[in-house]
Design a protein around this ligand. Structure first.
Ligand code: ADP
Ligand code: ASP
Ligand code: MG
Length: 390
């Protein structure tokens, strides 16, 4: 008997009708003679609604506020886990819902983007032995201060892979609303191709550059613990995409995927006094506030005494980043004429492991932008990707 972890995303549990359908998919796996642990997201749109409520009440500038934010935004998963367990009971199965803390999903204290540090296997093992189907609220855990934490948007994927890793599951099936991992977001690019297999490292690049089909951390966790992950549709009965080691991909494409992220924001510090250590002094408080930076550009003036420093952050962190920097500027940590934030930017990236052995791929991307009259604000590259800010 194998253990299978099944994760169902927001659209898959988006209505009572969909929850009833999901229960049939769980039943099918159970009737094969497997043990099943189910992880659910909130109904689609619910988490975003909760985020919006929290934002209307507070600017969420400190850890105490972010802990309450986590309490609010984790609530959608409580509803779906209970409803699915109820439906499984109606079908004659032994099933029970669990919130993150009830199954000992321990995380660090970085509220709103917590990392899982440990999972208590005892509760799972006991219930599996008694024949239960545990239905776990994804996305949430508990800190060692007994506060509810969440793992960042899309975090149910990571809950599922972490549970699969801890309990050494044979497979972690991530059910979603598309047939698998495509060469671009199939909702935007209708002719995007579905892959039967995708390399772990390409998947990491794709997801970290905006392809939200999986949370990046779930892929990192799958690599680290050797979890077999499959992405497939809960709407269609078809094989999905299997994540495999890069060596197992026979055909090394120049470009495997195009990813985009609309949720980027740009911060520019105008005319910073360019003295040794100034950039470190600018970025240290941002790091301390848990704000991740992405693209960083510094341009110096002709005599080198002043510089404009520009960087990008996630749109959700923009207000906090500007507030933190203004506070530091007031304190005299650095001197700058002005700090300007804008959300009017997006990032487009091409990804492919074949790119590392080839030249001219970036050039083709830049020409395509030029032909379409799109101005490039910044460029970053690595061996297997090119990203542009537009
Ligand atoms: P879930 O609620 O099931 O977790 P998400 O909305 O988080 O679903 O992720 C699935 C979505 O990811 C798809 O509906 C699709 O629009 C988007 N997506 C973006 N890039 C890709 C890609 N390369 N392949 C597949 N889906 C993608
Ligand atoms: N419900 C959470 C979100 O919308 C977690 C998830 O869906 O994975 O981000
Ligand atoms: Mg998701």
């Amino acid at each position: 008997m194998a253990l299978i972890v099944q994760k169902f995303g927001g659209t898959s549990v988006g209505s009572i009708e969909r929850i009833k359908h999901v229960a049939t998919l769980v039943a099918k796996e159970k009737e094969k003679g497997n043990d099943v642990i189910v992880v659910v997201s909130a109904m689609s749109g619910v988490t975003s609604q909760m985020v919006d409520y929290a934002n209307q009440v507070s600017p969420l500038l400190n850890e105490e506020a972010l802990a309450e934010y986590d309490c609010v935004i984790s609530s959608g998963e409580q509803i779906t886990s209970g409803l699915l367990a109820l439906q499984l009971q109606s079908l004659g199965f032994k099933s029970r819902s669990f919130l993150g803390w009830q199954v000992g999903i321990k995380t660090d204290k970085t509220h709103s983007k917590s990392k899982i540090s440990d999972i208590d296997k005892k509760v799972f093992n006991k219930h599996l032995e008694e024949g239960f189907i545990p239905v776990v609220a994804g996305f949430q855990g508990v800190t060692d201060c007994n506060r509810i934490s969440t793992m960042g948007r899309g975090g149910s994927d990571t809950s599922a892979v972490a549970i699969a890793a801890a309990l050494k599951a044979e497979r972690c099936d991530i059910y979603t609303d598309v047939k698998g991992v495509f060469s671009a977001d199939p909702r935007i690019v209708p002719k995007a191709r579905k892959y039967d297999k995708i390399g772990y490292n390409e998947a990491i690049e794709m997801t970290s550059l905006g392809a939200k089909v999986l949370q990046t951390r779930s892929v990192e966790m799958a690599i680290k613990h050797g979890v077999t992950v499959q992405v497939l549709s809960s709407f269609e009965n078809e094989p999905g995409t299997l994540l495999v080691k890069d060596e197992e991909i026979m055909e090394k494409k120049l470009v495997t995927a195009v990813a985009h992220s609309k949720y980027e924001a740009r911060v520019t510090l105008k005319n910073v006094n360019n003295t040794p250590g100034v950039v470190a002094r600018i970025f240290k408080p941002l790091g301390a506030a848990g704000i991740n930076l992405d693209i960083i550009i510094q341009n110096i003036s002709y005599n080198g005494s002043q510089a404009n420093v520009t960087f990008t952050v996630n749109e959700a962190d923009l207000d906090r980043a500007v507030t933190v920097l203004n506070d530091e500027k007031e304190k005299g940590t650095f001197a700058a004429e002005e700090i300007i934030g804008t959300k009017d930017v997006a990032k487009v990236s091409i990804i492919g492991i074949g790119m590392q052995d080839s030249s001219g791929v970036a050039q083709k991307m830049f020409e395509t932008m030029a032909e379409n009259n799109i101005n490039i604000l910044a460029i970053t590259t690595s061996e297997i990707k090119v990203s542009i800010l537009i």
